[in-house]
Design a protein around this ligand. Structure first.
Ligand code: GLN
Length: 533
């Protein structure tokens, strides 16, 4: 296509308007027209990455193939576009400053005073253009975290101002705002939108496209008014009203010609509308499914759905491809006891034992794993969930009552889950984990092999502790098989109990690889087993 085009997605009025979904939807529509698209997220906080953030602060930590602990919006980008993102797709203010300060210490600035403008903004601009320059994407969509008006967003908006000036038609700003409905007045209000566009203008940035989020349909007149007050063309003011699923947003944007408006404004040929057939067929199946499959999600963040975002999306995708509606039963693992486990788990069709760190709620996960093993309820253990399956098995089948992970009890005699030798010396948080994609070889004849249909797979990891190989033989003799192994390190990646209907634990996170058009085989098979329970 020639030069890379840069689209910036900013937000005003309130947070949580769905900038990630909007960025993904725009990306989806451009990709469907044959363009090579990537999306990146720039977060204004000072943490180097979200890896050390508590899920209560920022939801799930997503992991890219190259082992970057990323913002959960990267999960949306991958699920919508079936692309793979990397560390370069997620930048924080912390990383920008670190890189500038490192340069300063090396003497790269030759005695100059180092300032927010131009040094921080130059570093932001360099990072915005990195993927375009390196991989020659046709479109690089950059989502700016936070809300216009935040102090911490200022250097990003200044960088956008400069880039729009430098790149002309090759840069465009999509601003997402909110139009509230005041029930006392029975009216939709545009003033907050006008204010947030003015705030952007005061920083020298004119929005080219406005997406108005609202809980109600917006009239043509209202949009006309916004266009007039905000210096935005009428056809570039679109609405984004709540829809039953985020995956409908691209279609809603297509209906309003958002992709065409963007192409026209960037001076690109328009051509026919893409059909989005597989996407629509996914939505059709989702809408038509009437029968329900109920999955119990055993975790400690049940009140916080963002903490398990990718797992929930993977389950929804898998249920849809099995023509079922998904119902999630959130089960707080801290509350599970041997006395109440039956009441909590006997009604679900399948159980996911969730990933996690630390000992809160872990004993309940052991109880759940025991119950589902003994009652042959399809069970999927993910990362810590897999470790819990192994620990429970050691306690109740191998007879080691004190079996544990050294994460939970450093002094356990039966450390069936333990830290890798090479990692014991590392103390820097964020430096101690096995992160990103690793190879795994699956044993022929296993359930996992049937599910994947191949021997060599790659899956993404995020953990410190590992299955302790010195117990492997004992497990296998007693019925829990180690059927997925990393070929270099010999670390155990998948365990299963082949005599049960579906009892599989994965040390990796398959949920990071499940997309709308390429649902993950493990989730598909797990849901199928749950349906047949
Ligand atoms: N806490 C466990 C570990 O560090 C599992 C991590 C996870 O579930 N992501 O190994």
């Amino acid at each position: 296509m020639g030069e890379t085009k840069y689209i910036f997605v900013t937000g005003g009025v309130a947070s949580s308007l769905g900038k990630g979904i909007m960025s993904s939807s725009i990306g989806k529509l451009l990709q469907a027209r044959g363009y090579n698209v990537t999306i990146q997220k720039f977060d204004p906080y000072i943490n180097i990455d979200p890896g050390t953030l508590n899920p209560y602060e920022h939801g799930e930590c997503y992991v890219t193939i190259d082992g970057h602990e990323a913002d959960l919006d990267l999960g949306h980008y991958e699920r919508f576009l079936s692309i793979e993102t990397t560390k370069a797709n997620n930048i924080t203010t912390g990383r920008i400053y670190k890189s500038v300060i490192d340069k300063e210490r090396r003497g790269d600035f030759l005695g100059k005073t180092v300032q927010v403008v131009p040094h921080i903004t130059d570093e932001i601009k360099r990072n915005i253009k990195l993927l375009g320059n390196k991989y020659k994407f046709d479109f690089v969509i950059t989502e700016i975290g936070g809300t216009v008006g935040d102090i911490e967003s200022l250097p990003y908006l200044e960088s956008i101002r400069q880039l729009k000036w430098e790149l002309g038609q090759n840069a465009l700003c999509v601003h997402l705002t909110y139009v509230p409905f005041l029930s006392a007045a029975q009216e939709l209000k545009t003033k907050p939108t006008q204010h947030s566009v003015k705030e952007l203008q005061s920083l020298g940035v004119q929005a080219d496209v406005l997406v108005l989020r609202s809980e109600h349909e917006l009239s043509a007149n209202l949009r006309k008014k916004v266009a007039l007050f905000c210096n935005v063309e009428e056809d570039a003011v679109v609405q984004s009203v709540d829809v039953p699923t985020i995956y409908e947003v691209p279609l809603k944007m297509q209906e309003q010609n958002l992709d065409k408006t963007i192409l026209r404004k960037m001076g690109l040929p328009i051509g026919p509308d893409p059909e989005l057939k597989p996407w629509k067929s996914f939505l059709d199946r989702r809408a038509k499914a009437t029968e329900v499959v109920t999955i119990g999600l055993v975790g400690k963040y049940v009140e916080l759905q963002d903490a398990y975002k990718s797992i929930l999306e993977s389950l929804l995708q898998a249920a849809t491809y099995n023509d079922r509606k998904i119902k999630i039963d959130y089960i707080q693992s801290e509350d599970i006891t041997p006395e109440n486990v039956e009441e909590k788990l006997s009604k679900v069709d399948g159980v996911v034992i969730c990933p996690g760190f630390g000992s809160r709620g872990v004993e309940g996960k052991f109880v759940a794993a025991k119950y589902t093993r003994e009652h042959d309820i399809p069970t999927f253990g993910i990362c810590l969930g897999m470790q819990c399956m192994a620990i429970e098995f050691a306690r109740n089948v191998l007879g080691y009552q004190d079996a544990n992970s050294t994460e939970m009890n450093e002094k356990t005699k039966h450390n069936v889950i333990d830290i890798m030798e090479e990692q014991k010396s590392i103390t820097n948080m964020g430096g101690t984990m096995r992160l990103g994609a690793y190879e795994c070889v699956i044993s022929k004849g296993s359930k996992a092999f049937d599910i994947y249909g191949k021997e060599h797979i790659q899956e993404r990891h995020r953990h410190r502790y590992e299955f302790n190989n010195s117990y492997r033989e004992e497990y296998e003799k007693n019925g829990m098989k180690c059927v997925g192994v990393n070929p270099e390190s010999d670390l155990i990646e998948i365990v299963e109990i082949p005599t049960l209907k579906w009892y599989i634990g994965a040390q990796f996170h398959p949920e990071y690889r499940s997309t709308v058009l390429n649902p993950h085989p493990l989730f598909l098979s797990f849901i199928k087993a749950a349906i047949n329970k």
